[in-house]
Ligand binder design. Structure first.
Ligand code: GLC
Length: 772
C-alpha cells in the first residue's frame, strides 16, 4: 500500500506535507537555495552544527498539481508525491536530489559463519557487506551514470567519493588511512554532488552514528542511514559548486580569521616536550640553520604525569619564564591537551572538582565511567553540558597565564585504550540526559568550543585551537589536523584530496603531519611533503616518538637547503594566505581547494587527486611519487604562467613538467598580482613597514587586507584595504582605503616586468605617491 500524500499546510517558512500514516514531512525554507527536510522521530531537535536562525525571508509558492505537491523558490523546486517521495530540482528544472523509488539490494558475499573464523584466523579484517545495526532509517536517492561526490570531511580516499561507503563515527584510527577505511577522526556529514554537471549539496544534521553509501552497493542509488535521530537534512542548491559550498558554510559557520602567525611554520614531535632543554635545542636548531619558524608544539610530556592543566616543574624549571623567553626569540609554544582526565584522588584539583560537581560522564548506574588513556585510568568531561564547558573554559586560562599560544586538543573522539566507550554511557545533551551514542560525534566539537571560548576570554585574542575530532561546524572554534598518518608515499598522496575535502566541508585551516607521523620518513618524502604543503594553511611537521628524526637538519645538506628555501617561500606567501582567509570569512569558500570547486563544468578536473588551487589564481601540482622528477599537470581554462620561469601556457590541456627534487610545479594565472611577504624569521606582532606586490603577466588588480593580525578589533573596523592595479597601458596605482587601523605601510613596491615601482606614504594625505 502506498502511503498517500493527503494534503499540506503552509505556514511561512514551513510547508508540512501530510501523509496517510500520520508521519508528516516538514519542508523548512531557509533561503531560496536551502531547504531543510524534517521528520520527527522523537528526538531532541537542537543542532550542534548550526548556530542561530538561518532563515532569510524567501518568496515561495505551493501548488497542488494533482499527483504531487510542488513547492517552488526562485532557485529550488520540490515535488512531493505519495510514498513520502520527494524530488528536488534546480531553478532551471534540472534534477538534483531525487528519491529512489525501488528497494535497496544489499551487496552479497560468500562468507558464511563456517568460513568466517578461517578468514579471521590469518588476521584479515573483513567488512560484512550490508550488515549493520545502524539502520534506524535510510534515505535512498537516485544516482545518475554521470554523478560525482565530494566533501565528507576527513574521510580517507579520493576526491570523488563515488563508489565508496563511509561511517560517521569518530575513531582514533592508528592504522594506515586509505580508501578502504570507513572513517577516521571526524564526522562531517555533508556531501556535494554534481549530477549530470548540476551542483547540489546534502547536509545530514544527525550526530548519531551514520553511514553513507555513495554508489558502492548500486549504480542506481546512493543512500544515507542513521542509527537513531530524526530525519533532518538540508538540500543545498546554487548555480555553481562554489555557491553550494558557500550555502553549507552559511549554515554551519566559517573558519574565523586566525592570528597571522598561525600561518607560519610549526615544528612538532612527540618527545620534544620532555624538558625545557630539549625544546630549546629545537629552537636553537632553527636559529643555527637559518630556518624561519613560528611555533613549537609541546606534546604530552610537558604535563605532570599526563595530567591535564599541569606543567611538570621537574622537567621545566620555570615553565612560565621559559615560555616567555621562547616568545622573545619569536617562537610560540602550543601545548597539547587530552580529553581524558587522570583519575587521581590525590590532590589533583581537576579530577576532584569534576567528580564533586558531577562533571564526568557516567555509567548507567550513576558511577563515573573510567577509561584508559595516557595517564592510566581516566574520566571524560561531559562537554554536552554548558556548565561543564564553562568549567573547562575557565581552566583553559591556565595556558593563557603560562603564555602558551593556544591549545591542541587530542584523543577527543573520545579515545580510550580499552576500546570504544559503551554506547549507553550517560552523556548530557544540553540540560537533558542523553547517551554516548548521541553525543559521541560532538564530543571533540564541544571540547573545541570550550577551548575557544576559554582562550578568547582569557586573552582577548583570536584563539588558536587544533582538534583531531570534529563534527560539522567545528570550524567556528578550531583548526584541524588529520591525525596519525604515516611516513609513506600513499599518505602524501592522500593529503591533497583529504585537505581539499576538509576545505569543502568548512575547514579552511587544516593540515597533515608533514613528513608523516608514524614510521620513518626519508629525505625525499619529507622534501616532497613540505613542497606539497607550501600553501596548506596549517603548516606543521610532526612525528611520533621512536621514529626517525624529522627536523630539517636531520638529513643531508641538500634536504636542509631545499627545506630552508621552501620555508622562506612560504613566508613570502603568508600575506596572500592571510588575504585568502579574510576572503574566506566573507565568501565561506576554502583557501586550499580542489580544481573542481573553481571549474565545476570541466569534466577533466572532477577526479583530479594530485593538484590543488589556492583561491582562484594559484595552481599547485606537487610530486607525490617516489623517484619522480617530472609529472603531468592539467591546467584548467585560462592562461597560466610557470612560477619559476614565467613560461606561458594555455589552459584546458595537460602538460609535462620537469620537477627535480628542489622543484614544486607551481602556476600562477596570467595577469595576477600577489602580495609578496618580506623575508622574515618569524611573523612579528609588530606592523610591517614595507609591503611588496608582484605582477605575474601584463596587468592586474588586487585587494590586500591589513589588520593587527592578533585580536578582534578588525571586527570593529580596525583594518585597511589596499587596491593595487597595473593597467593595460602599464600605469601602476596604489590606493589606500583606511578603515580605522592606524599603522599603514611606509613604502609599497610593485614589481612588474617593466620594473620595480616604489610608492611612499604621504601621512597628511593618507595616500601613496609614486616615488620620483
Ligand atoms: C596521538 C596524536 C599525536 C600525538 C600522540 C601523543 O597519537 O594524534 O599527534 O603525538 O597522541 O600525544
Amino acid at each position: 500500500m502506498t502511503n498517500r500524500l493527503t494534503g499540506y499546510q503552509s505556514s511561512e517558512p514551513k510547508v508540512t506535507l501530510n501523509y496517510e500514516d500520520g508521519h508528516n514531512l516538514v519542508l523548512d525554507i531557509l533561503t531560496s537555495q536551502i531547504i531543510r527536510v524534517f521528520m520527527d522521530r522523537n528526538c531532541t531537535t537542537n543542532s550542534y552544527a548550526i548556530q542561530g536562525d538561518k532563515h532569510h525571508k524567501t518568496n515561495y509558492t505551493v501548488d497542488n498539481k494533482g499527483d504531487h505537491i510542488e513547492v517552488r523558490t526562485p532557485d529550488l523546486t520540490v515535488k512531493a508525491y505519495d510514498g513520502r517521495h520527494i524530488d528536488f530540482f534546480d531553478g532551471e528544472g534540472n534534477p538534483l536530489v531525487m528519491d529512489y523509488r525501488g528497494r535497496r539490494q544489499a551487496l552479497a558475499n560468500d562468507l558464511d559463519d563456517e568460513h568466517k573464523s578461517t578468514v579471521l584466523a590469518e588476521g584479515h579484517d573483513i567488512n560484512l557487506l550490508g550488515k549493520s545495526d545502524d539502520r534506524h532509517y535510510e534515505i535512498i536517492k537516485s544516482l545518475s551514470p554521470d554523478e560525482q561526490f565530494y566533501g565528507l570531511g576527513d574521510k580517507p580516499g579520493f576526491l570523488d567519493k563515488r563508489g565508496y561507503d563511509y561511517d560517521n563515527w569518530n575513531v582514533d584510527f592508528g592504522q594506515v588511512h586509505n580508501e578502504s577505511v570507513k572513517g577516521i577522526y571526524k564526522s562531517i556529514p555533508v556531501m556535494y554532488g554534481l549530477k549530470d554537471s548540476h551542483p547540489y549539496g546534502l547536509f545530514f544534521d544527525n550526530t548519531y552514528k551514520s553511514h553513507f553509501d555513495l554508489g558502492k552497493e548500486s549504480e542506481n542509488y546512493y543512500y544515507y542511514s542513521a542509527a537513531d535521530g530524526n530525519i533532518d537534512y538540508y538540500v543545498l542548491g546554487g548555480h555553481t559548486l562554489k555557491d553550494v559550498v558557500a550555502n553549507y558554510t552559511y549554515l554551519t559557520g566559517v573558519t574565523p580569521l586566525p592570528q597571522k602567525w598561525v600561518l607560519g611554520y610549526q615544528q612538532s614531535r612527540w618527545g620534544y616536550s620532555t624538558s625545557d632543554k630539549r625544546v630549546e635545542s629545537i629552537a636553537d636548531g632553527f636559529a643555527k640553520y637559518h630556518l624561519p619558524i613560528d611555533v613549537i608544539h609541546l606534546d604530552i610530556d610537558y604535563m605532570r604525569g599526563y595530567r591535564d592543566f599541569t606543567w611538570d616543574t621537574t622537567k621545566y624549571q620555570d615553565p612560565k619564564k621559559f615560555v616567555a623567553e621562547m616568545k622573545k626569540r619569536g617562537i610560540r609554544l602550543m601545548p597539547i591537551l587530552d580529553a581524558g582526565v587522570k583519575k587521581d584522588e590525590d590532590g589533583y584539583d581537576i579530577y576532584q572538582e569534576g567528580v564533586k560537581k558531577g562533571y564526568f560522564v557516567e555509567n548507567p548506574d550513576g558511577t563515573v565511567f573510567v577509561g584508559r588513556v595516557w595517564p592510566g585510568d581516566a574520566v571524560f568531561p561531559d562537554f554536552g553540558r554548558p556548565e561543564v564547558r564553562k568549567w573547562w573554559a575557565k581552566h583553559i586560562k591556565f595556558f593563557a597565564d603560562m603564555g602558551a599560544c593556544g591549545v591542541w586538543n587530542d584523543m577527543d573522539e573520545p579515545a580510550s585504550f580499552d576500546g570504544e566507550l559503551p554506547k549507553d554511557l550517560v552523556f548530557s545533551d544540553g540540560d537533558q540526559k542523553s547517551t554516548h551514542a548521541k553525543m559521541h560525534n560532538v564530543f571533540g566539537h564541544l571540547q573545541a568550543q570550550a577551548a575557544y571560548e576559554g582562550m578568547k576570554d582569557a586573552t582577548g585574542k583570536r584563539p588558536y585551537v587544533i582538534t583531531r575530532a570534529a563534527y560539522a561546524g567545528t570550524q567556528k572554534y578550531s583548526t584541524v589536523w588529520t591525525g596519525d598518518n604515516q611516513s609513506i608515499w600513499s599518505h602524501l598522496q592522500l593529503a591533497i584530496p583529504q585537505l581539499n575535502s576538509l576545505g569543502m566541508s568548512g575547514f579552511a585551516i587544516a593540515g597533515t603531519d608533514i613528513g608523516g607521523f608514524q614510521k620513518d620518513t626519508t629525505p625525499e618524502l619529507l622534501t616532497r611533503w613540505l613542497e606539497a604543503s607550501l600553501f596548506v594553511p596549517l603548516f606543521r611537521n610532526h612525528a611520533e616518538m621512536g621514529t626517525r628524526y624529522q627536523e630539517p637538519w636531520a638529513f643531508d645538506r641538500q634536504t636542509l637547503d631545499i627545506y630552508r628555501d621552501y620555508l622562506n617561500l612560504r613566508y613570502r606567501f603568508v600575506p596572500y594566505l592571510y588575504d585568502q582567509l579574510r576572503h574566506e570569512t566573507e565568501s565561506g569558500l576554502p583557501v586550499m581547494r580542489p580544481l573542481v570547486l573553481n571549474y565545476d563544468q570541466d569534466p577533466a578536473v572532477r577526479q583530479l587527486n594530485d593538484e590543488y588551487m589556492v583561491g582562484t589564481n594559484i595552481l599547485v601540482a606537487p610530486i607525490v611519487n617516489q623517484g619522480a622528477d617530472k609529472r603531468l599537470v592539467y591546467l584548467p581554462a585560462g592562461k597560466w604562467l610557470d612560477f619559476w620561469n614565467n613560461v606561458e601556457y594555455s589552459g584546458k590541456q595537460t602538460i609535462m613538467v620537469n620537477a627535480p627534487i628542489e622543484k614544486l610545479p607551481l602556476f600562477i594565472k596570467k595577469d595576477t598580482i600577489l602580495p609578496w611577504g618580506n623575508k622574515v624569521k618569524h611573523i612579528s606582532d609588530q606592523p610591517e613597514k614595507v609591503m611588496t606586490f608582484r605582477l605575474f603577466g601584463d596587468c592586474g588588480a588586487y585587494k590586500h587586507y591589513q589588520d593587527n593580525g592578533l585580536d578582534f578589533k578588525y571586527q570593529e573596523g580596525e583594518y585597511n584595504e589596499y587596491y593595487v592595479e597595473v593597467a593595460a597601458d602599464g600605469q601602476v596605482t596604489v590606493q589606500l582605503h583606511k578603515h580605522g587601523y592606524q599603522p599603514t605601510y611606509d613604502r609599497i613596491y610593485v614589481e612588474t616586468d617593466r620594473g620595480r615601482f616604489e610608492f611612499d606614504y604621504d601621512r597628511k594625505e593618507e595616500s601613496y605617491h609614486l616615488a620620483k
